[in-house]
Design a protein. Structure first.
Length: 187
């Protein structure tokens, strides 16, 4: 892209920023739609399962059957809760990745626009080489810092995801090991 005046540079930058803002709004709304659909689906299935569980509990004949039925309901409920929170995390992680990609693309576009403007300025003025080199060096340093921060954020997100998976597995195993054993009938 060749920009011949500062006005063209600012117009291109503003257009790029507006496009990025528009995309961010769309991503936000899409994320909310996914979250709402997930919540509705979870509430619907949970209510139906609770009704079925209530019917089973009402059909018990004595305390032992009631105790045993309660034990069989605990593990699936814990698994559903873990699945629910995992689903929330997955939606937020997916939306976060889309935001990051959009911001990276916007950052790259702004860098191209600035670079083009600097190149145009350097061509128009013979004494501007040192100033343009200094600005390009500063931009390069800022881009390097941005990349390092982005890598660090991705590493933290990876660690968080591993932590979520480990916690879910540990919780599921702990509940499974704590589930009540069969009550022996008195002789």
């Amino acid at each position: 892209m060749s920009l011949s005046s500062p006005n063209e540079y600012f117009a291109a930058t503003q257009k790029s920023l507006l496009d990025t803002a528009h995309s961010l709004v769309n991503l936000s709304l899409t994320g909310l739609e996914k979250l709402n659909a997930f919540h509705l689906s979870t509430v619907r299935s949970t209510l139906l399962e609770q009704l079925d569980s209530s019917r089973e509990l009402l059909a018990t004949r004595d305390f032992r059957d009631l105790y045993q039925a309660g034990g069989t309901f605990a593990q699936p409920q814990i698994d559903k809760a873990i699945g629910y929170y995992r689903g929330l995390y997955d939606i937020s992680a997916e939306t976060r990745e889309e935001f990051i990609k959009l911001l990276e693309d916007g950052h790259a576009e702004i860098n191209r626009t600035i670079s083009s403007a600097l190149d145009g300025y350097a061509k128009s003025s013979s004494s501007s080489e040192v100033a343009v080199a200094a600005v390009k060096s500063a931009i390069s340093a800022a881009n390097s810092a941005f990349e390092n921060a982005n890598k660090a954020a991705r590493q933290v997100a990876g660690l968080a995801e591993a932590g979520v998976a480990a916690a879910a597995g540990a919780t599921s195993r702990a509940v499974a090991s704590a589930a009540p054993t069969k009550v022996r009938k008195a002789a």
